[in-house]
Design a protein around this ligand. Structure first.
Ligand code: PMP
Ligand code: GLU
Length: 394
């Protein structure tokens, strides 16, 4: 019996696959260090956990409205005004099972079969697969490391065809850590409005920005771009809440309604208890967010300097998120520990096998010749991992 062609065309998430492999090895007692999965190593702040415990004790353990509780939607609207200067009402918000689910809702809401969706590469692994799940065609724009992996408005305009329906914009970016400036975003927004496209703006790393960079939401420039934007965000990265599975979308009431309708059949509501936790995250004390950001910033400096001191590899300084894309192009075609490295997958497999360091190959991000490190792990692990890399290469 044949399975669905569409389903068989979807590949497994390489970030989650590496993480499972790392966890398996760890459970077997192997001294492996994981830099694969991008997940804050910090614990969820105590005030958030306390709110969730209270919700359980109080019996908030039943179905909620499918698109989320009114209280949480109001708190999200207040967050969007406070942090992004954007005015939304609760009928513009769908609370989902993580930002991932919100993204899938968004692609399903705008794509008709055969529509093209522009995705700048390197991209986060799930965009292309989700676009295919929604019967769309991902169209990749390749960026360059010397341009800090950013697209220009001109490159975007050149990639637009009569079939283009939307573009995915992820700033700060997973996997490159690049952050678009206000001017760069504004130029991109103008092209989107001119060609009447949608933009799916994944802002999940909004709070993790370093140096002088600042986060701007593309929706904030004018009403024309705002009505074409579906903002995706959530609590996973900013509040160290990956396991709670709460994300959200903000868009026009019309787009929001179709997303909410689909979610009501696919998933009912996101966890009632997690919604109370997310409410506390957005409304409660925000100091933990800045404390975690500072720690990430220190680790970033350390990792980048160390990588650039190791012969054969290099990287540019990322301005946000918690990833470093390490350039391994010099090593391709060379023999390391008796094996010829043909690509980023070979490199990662050999590094894992010989030196017990788990990284994600660039191939999954549309970035062959690179491998991704996550610095969402302790400085001690980072030091140990980079020592192992240096030894591996020497
Ligand atoms: N977008 C990006 C760019 C991400 O890195 C992630 C992390 N997996 C997500 C969305 C999904 O986040 P969540 O855990 O809230 O589903
Ligand atoms: N965003 C993280 C990563 O890229 C989590 C894994 C995932 O959801 O893909 O590693």
């Amino acid at each position: 019996m044949e399975l669905s062609q569409k389903a068989m065309g979807i590949s497994a998430s390489p970030t989650l696959a590496i993480d499972s492999k790392y966890k398996e090895m760890k459970a077997e007692g192997i001294d492996v260090i994981g830099f694969g999965c991008g997940e804050p190593d910090f614990d969820t702040p105590q005030n958030i956990k306390d709110a969730a415990i209270k919700a359980i004790v109080d019996g908030q353990t039943k179905y909620t409205p499918a698109s989320g509780t009114l209280a949480l939607k109001k708190a999200i609207c207040a967050k969007l005004l406070r942090d992004n200067g954007l005015t939304y009402t609760p009928d513009c918000i769908v609370v989902s099972n993580g930002a991932k689910h919100a993204l899938l809702n968004a692609f399903n809401a705008v794509i008709n079969p055969g529509d093209e969706v522009i995705v700048p590469a390197p991209y986060w692994v799930s965009y292309t697969e989700m676009i295919k799940m929604a019967d769309g065609t991902p169209v990749i724009i390749q960026t360059k490391e010397e341009d800090k992996f950013k697209i220009t408005a001109k490159e975007l305009e050149d990639a637009i065809t009569p079939k283009t329906k939307a573009i995915v914009l992820n700033s700060p970016s997973n996997p490159t850590g690049m952050v678009y400036s206000k001017e760069e975003l504004k130029e991109i927004a103008d092209v989107i409005v001119k060609h009447d496209l949608y933009v799916i703006a994944d802002e999940i790393y909004e709070k993790l920005i370093y140096g002088d960079y600042k986060h701007y939401s593309i929706a904030s420039f004018n009403e024309e771009i705002k009505k074409r934007t579906i903002i995706i965000n959530g609590v996973s990265k900013s509040y160290a809440m990956t396991g709670w599975r709460i994300g959200f979308s903000a868009a026009t009431p019309k787009i929001t309604k179709v997303m909410a309708n689909m979610q009501s059949h696919a998933a009912s509501n996101p966890s009632s208890v997690s919604q109370v936790a997310a409410l506390e995250a957005y409304q409660g004390d925000q100091s933990a967010v800045e404390e975690m950001r500072k720690k990430f910033e220190q680790r970033r400096e350390f990792m980048v300097n160390r990588i650039n001191s190791i012969k054969g590899v290099s990287c540019t300084m990322p301005d946000g998120a918690f990833y470093v894309m390490m350039n391994i192009k010099e090593l391709i075609g060379k023999e390391i520990q008796g094996k010829v490295i043909k690509n980023s997958e070979d490199f990662c497999s050999l590094l894992l096998e010989k030196s017990l360091v788990a990284l994600v190959p660039g191939s999954g991000f549309g970035a062959e010749g690179y491998v991704r490190w996550s610095y969402a792990t302790s400085t001690e692990n980072i030091k140990k991992g980079l020592d192992r890399l240096e030894q591996f290469l020497s």
